[in-house]
Design a protein around this ligand. Structure first.
Ligand code: HEC
Length: 714
């Protein structure tokens, strides 16, 4: 510790000197496509507000633009400047990065596109040709959150675990590296971060059976520089990092056999001033701690913010948000670095609103916990004890310890997920897309590790009866809203409820505005100080991604990628290339373009009639099908076979295959739709299980048909 403080003291005068003389980059006049992001330019992003140099805006990831041409007084005149149809469907989660005349974007299936920022001309497009069967390893859709740009190149991760560097001007591959064991269910959906010429990339897969780590590569050559593991491996082998020996003491049993989890699938941030890279570490594998680490323990560094030295990849400090997590409470949500002014003086902090529902403010240099307050009505803990920094848990929430199912808030999707929050330097508020939800947690009865699917160790069908008890909360998704949070006072300022449940990323600007899409199918501007809704435009799609903003030809533009899993209610299809109307929309004052209003039918069948065959199977068969469905199918086709906002797969109750046992088995067992993201389960389901699931879905479909008929005759 002492040595660490000394080296900081030595480094400070040098940092201070560089702060007082910001590099002069006001008039950047690079050729189009130069992609000439440098260390100096990124650190001076504030003096170049016309660009959006990194997905998070800049290194501090505040998603705050100093552009103020569009403001609360004129935002009502905002109109579409141009738009581009995206040729993929499914979730579109990327924030557009804008530099040297080009807007860079990733889409579903890890494709990259480069547009001329003035008129939307597509300059180049790159498809890494990911095998679509790999979609089965993506817990939460085949999404990608964007690129990093550095010294002429564009970097991004792929769903099959590659890190690729493209030429910013041509889109040609400069180098690529496989960053994961391709035989394992790893995926990449997060944005690479670039620190002094090192590209750092994480990975995902903790619902399956992987061990989390991040890797740094030389941005110029692609050579691997270091790798940092977030959880200990097999203790009979040497630990890769000294602190993992300590971390291993907080685990029990044979956790390494399923990897342990702890993936850094989204949030990372680098603080130039404290010289630290923060890793947001995810949940454990399996979720159920009783199976993962029988007998408990903190299970470091799951659900933690871990600070490391980006030069060497060595550990500095950590803060664990959910010790011994057992509910899928990741702490890989985005982190924001900021200078806050407390009554006692200024503090440089790192802030996070992870899934577990507490808003954390930590000292950026030391990791000291400054505040941890509930930003949403969570029920798994009463509060965080500021003396120990640990949450005080509610005993009933630990279903794996009590042996009894429990309704816990939040459920696995969290009170806040990956959807970027924003911090306004003007209002001092953090804006958080909050999703209030709960879920029943129950331990899996006869857990058998699943080599090709999820390993949560929980029973998704268990605990449902708890909702029938008096006083039980409404099940599932309760409400969602944009929350303005005062991080100094550690309390809510106001909230804007969403009409349709769901979270969407945020942008704050110096025009006293925040911008966000929603799940009703709108792009909206609100006043940053009061939350008043000032303007909206139809998106013809649900929106999950975060916007960014830039200047071209003296005009401020706001860009948003739209398209989520599924269409907004009552939405027709207008993008022939994308069933969910995925598009890049770019707005400016007095923009006069409109989205196509006419339905361009390709395979839009309109409302489908529910038409299941009669149920002939026994109650026992249906019950065993329900179990198997909950274990293997619910994560994509929806709990109880009712797809939710997060479901990738279709509503099986409406499937024509219910009447065709042979074709059902071809899809479910043989995987004849694997290239469309429906994995084959031949090696996973036991004999007869596919048909038991079929019987269960037929039962669910007949229930729904009867309900619809009853409603129609009323
Ligand atoms: C990883 C996500 C995922 C999982 C897990 C999954 N599915 Fe699917 N499923 C899909 C997707 C995506 C489609 C749509 C494929 C297409 O577009 O043809 C699909 C389609 C289907 C279809 C075809 C429906 C139709 O009418 O065309 C059936 C049947 C099906 N799934 C059954 C199942 C069953 C049974 C399970 C569990 C054993 C399961 N699925 C698990 C993603 C999944």
């Amino acid at each position: 510790m002492r040595a660490h403080l000394l080296s900081l003291a030595l480094a400070l005068p040098i940092l201070a000197a560089s702060c007082t003389e910001p590099p002069q980059v006001a008039a950047v006049a690079n050729p189009v496509g130069a992609a000439a992001v440098t260390q100096e330019r990124l650190l001076a992003a504030a003096s170049e507000p016309g660009s959006w140099l990194a997905a998070g805006g800049d290194f501090e990831e505040q998603r705050f633009s100093r552009l103020d041409q569009i403001d609360a007084s004129n935002v009502a005149r905002l109109g579409l400047a141009w738009f581009a149809d995206i040729d993929t469907e499914r979730g579109q989660e990327a924030t557009p990065v804008v530099v040297d005349g080009v807007l860079y974007l990733t889409t579903a299936w890890s494709m990259v596109k480069a547009y001329n920022i003035a008129d939307g001309t597509l300059l180049w497009a790159y498809d890494p040709a990911v095998d679509r069967a790999k979609g089965a390893d993506a817990c939460c859709d085949v999404v990608n959150r964007g690129v990093a740009v550095w010294e002429g190149k564009v970097y991004f991760g792929t769903i099959d675990g590659r890190l690729i560097a493209l030429d910013g001007k041509t889109g040609e591959v400069v180098w690529q590296q496989q960053t994961v064991d391709a035989s394992m269910p790893y995926t990449i959906t997060g944005v690479p971060r670039i620190i002094r010429g090192k590209v750092v990339i994480g990975n995902g897969g903790a619902e399956y059976r992987v061990r989390g780590y991040v890797t740094a590569y030389d941005a110029a050559t692609g050579d691997q520089l270091w790798r940092y593991f977030t959880v200990p491996g097999d203790p009979s082998l040497p630990f890769e990092q000294p602190e993992l020996a300590e971390a291993a003491k907080t685990w029990k049993g044979e956790w390494w056999k399923l990897g342990g989890g702890g993936t850094v699938w989204d949030g990372m941030a680098w603080d130039e001033k404290s010289g630290l890279l923060y890793l947001g570490v995810g949940n454990g594998t399996p979720w159920n701690q009783g199976l993962r680490s029988p007998g408990g323990g903190d299970n470091l560094f799951l659900s933690s913010i871990v600070a490391i030295d980006p030069e060497t990849g060595s550990y500095k400090w950590h803060y664990q948000t959910t010790p011994g997590e057992t509910w899928d409470y990741t702490a890989t949500q985005p982190m924001i670095i900021a200078d806050l002014t407390y009554p006692s003086g200024p503090r440089r902090v790192v802030m996070q609103a992870p899934k577990n529902g507490f808003f954390y403010v930590l000292d950026a240099a030391t990791g000291e916990l400054l505040s941890a307050e509930k930003f949403a009505p969570l029920t798994w803990a009463t509060h965080v004890d500021m003396a120990t920094g640990r949450p005080v848990e509610v005993a009933e929430a630990r279903y794996e310890v009590t042996g009894k199912p429990a309704i816990v808030a939040p459920g696995a999707l969290g009170m806040h997920n990956w959807h970027p929050m924003a911090f306004s330097r003007d209002t001092g508020y953090v804006y958080i897309p909050v999703t209030v939800n709960n879920a029943p947690y129950a331990a899996a009865k006869n857990f058998v590790p699943n080599m090709t699917g999820w390993n949560t160790g929980t029973d998704f069908a268990g605990g449902a009866d708890l909702y029938k008890q008096p006083g039980a909360p409404p099940r599932g998704n309760v409400e969602s809203y944009i929350l303005a949070w005062d991080p100094v006072a550690a309390k809510e300022v106001w909230r804007i409820p969403n009409e349709v449940y769901g979270a969407s990323g945020l942008l704050a600007t110096a025009g006293n505005l925040i911008f966000s899409g929603n799940h009703k199918g709108e792009f909206v501007a609100y006043r940053a100080d009061t939350g008043e809704k000032l303007w909206s435009a139809p998106t013809q799609a649900r929106v999950v991604a975060a916007p960014s903003t830039y200047m071209v030809n003296g005009e401020q533009h706001v860009a948003i990628l739209v398209g989520a899993r599924g269409l907004p209610t009552d939405q027709i299809r207008t993008n022939p290339a994308s069933a969910n109307n995925s598009r890049l929309l770019v707005f400016k004052i007095d923009g006069d373009k409109t989205l196509p209003a006419t339905l361009q039918v390709r395979n839009n069948a309109g409302p489908v009639k529910i038409d299941p065959p009669l149920l002939t199977a026994s109650n026992e068969t249906v019950a065993s099908g329900e179990q198997a469905f909950a274990t293997h199918c619910a994560m994509c086709h929806g709990v109880n076979s009712v797809p939710g906002a997060g479901s990738i797969g279709p509503d099986l109750r409406y499937s024509a295959l219910l009447s065709f046992r042979g074709q059902w088995n071809e899809a479910v067992l043989e995987g004849n739709r694997a290239q469309r993201g429906m994995p084959g389960f031949a090696n996973i389901l036991r004999d007869g299980e596919s048909e038991a699931i079929l019987a269960y879905v037929i039962k669910r479909a007949n229930d729904e048909k009867a309900a619809q008929e009853a409603a129609a005759t009323q």
